[in-house]
Unconditional design. Structure first.
Length: 405
């Protein structure tokens, strides 16, 4: 655990998390890492399904320990009037509500935006779904994999002419969560600085993926170009690729800056290419990318990866190996920046987890509490709902009313 800073960046912000699995809870985790009081509402039976996803230790996923750190758990049945009334009581004293149900689900439970906004005009409601709250696809079920495909990512991933492959993690969900966090912070800023009311932050998985697709659409519109999979290369930017080294190791080399390219070519003994005026700019290099890749590959193939990296780093060329998690766990850069943190779960068992991003100099995020047991805080949270207090008093206690101030 890191030392307690004088103030957390989101101290006094209370968040009610109704989401499950990845997108909504990742947004909640990010807010909790920086001091928000995140109350996670879970189903009575079994809790969030993420508790049993992937590798389990004594029945609980170690992924759960990361996704739900710094949160409190309240177990409710949202399908019952009692559970719905409890959520209303929580929302009345909250700043933010996070949900990632299929659109219309909360409305069917009497917990839609109109009802909750009337109850708490200052509430910011983050709604993450596959296709958004509007449009012809709004009612379709949508997971991250579909958002990645519809947003254009899947078509670009893998080797040309082969089955499009997925990124090895649920990147669509995480991108949606991060866009959601941005939206929440913008809405809180508007509410508190401009005197506005709360509002809905509507995040669609496919739009979050599409938002990072760089030049995909304008290239299609201007040239009719349909960009496809390119393996390890970066189409239109050269050279940037993976190259085989001696012993079947692979190294990544990004020599696509004009001056970097010259240093790269001289480092591999190809001064002729470094001084070729036709290769001085990226457009000229793209036209001859096969020739350039062959030159780099011929050189790397004759040297072990350690020598390749040392030579190119000495020349100021961006270069690196492809890390496994074993490499990550031993790397001094990860350790120096506290990206591998030793913590404990709720049972006191040691566990290494990813550190906190981004790094804030004055109010850094921190690990305050382990991921909770199912319903661990139901009694304490629901039992304290009658103590509304004044806004300043609640802020000092780690929460505040959701007024529209």
């Amino acid at each position: 655990m890191t030392p307690t800073p004088p103030t957390d960046a989101l101290q006094g912000v209370r968040v009610i998390e109704l989401g499950q699995l990845i997108a909504g809870p990742f947004a909640g985790k990010t807010l909790a890492d920086f001091g928000a009081d995140v109350i996670k509402v879970e189903p009575l039976e079994g809790g969030d399904p993420l508790r049993t996803w992937r590798l389990l230790r004594e029945g609980t996923s170690v992924w759960w320990e990361v996704q739900s750190r710094n949160k409190r758990s309240v177990a409710l049945d949202l399908r019952t009037p009692e559970g719905q009334e409890a959520v209303r009581a929580l929302v009345a004293q909250a700043d933010v509500l996070i949900e990632n149900f299929k659109p219309g689900t909360l409305e069917a439970w009497g917990l839609g935006w109109e009802a909750l906004h009337a109850l708490n005009p200052g509430l910011v409601m983050l709604r993450i779904s596959g296709f958004g709250q509007t449009g012809p696809y709004r009612s379709k079920p949508g997971f991250g994999v579909l958002g990645e495909a519809m947003g254009g990512l899947r078509h670009l991933t893998g080797e040309p002419g082969r089955v499009p492959v997925r990124v090895g993690v649920s990147i669509g969900d995480t991108l949606a969560a991060l866009h959601g966090v941005i939206g929440v912070l913008l809405a809180l800023r508007h509410r508190e600085v401009n005197g506005g009311l709360g509002q809905v932050v509507d995040v669609a998985l496919y739009e979050s993926v599409f938002n990072v697709m760089e030049s995909l659409l304008p290239e299609y519109d201007a040239f009719g170009a349909v960009r496809g999979a390119a393996g390890s290369a970066l189409p239109g930017i050269a050279p940037s690729n993976a190259y085989r080294c001696e012993g079947d190791a692979w190294v990544l080399v990004a020599g696509n800056g004009d001056s970097i390219f010259k240093r790269l070519m001289k480092a591999i003994g190809r001064a002729d290419l470094a001084d070729d005026p036709g290769l001085a700019r990226n457009d000229g290099r793209v036209a001859r990318v096969a020739e350039i890749d062959a030159a780099i590959g011929a050189w790397t193939g004759e040297h072990p990866i350690e020598e390749v990296i040392a030579t190119l780093e000495a020349a100021g060329v961006p270069v690196g190996r492809i890390y496994t998690v074993a490499d990550i766990a031993q790397d001094p850069q990860f350790q120096a920046r506290e990206m591998i943190v030793q913590t404990q779960d709720a049972q006191g068992r040691a566990l290494k987890v990813p550190g906190i991003v981004p790094k804030l100099s004055a109010t850094p995020g921190r690990l305050r509490t382990p991921a909770p047991r199912l319903g661990e805080h139901t009694e304490s949270v629901l039992g304290g709902l009658g103590d509304t207090g004044e806004p300043g008093e609640r802020a000092a206690a780690g929460g505040r009313t959701g007024s529209g101030r």
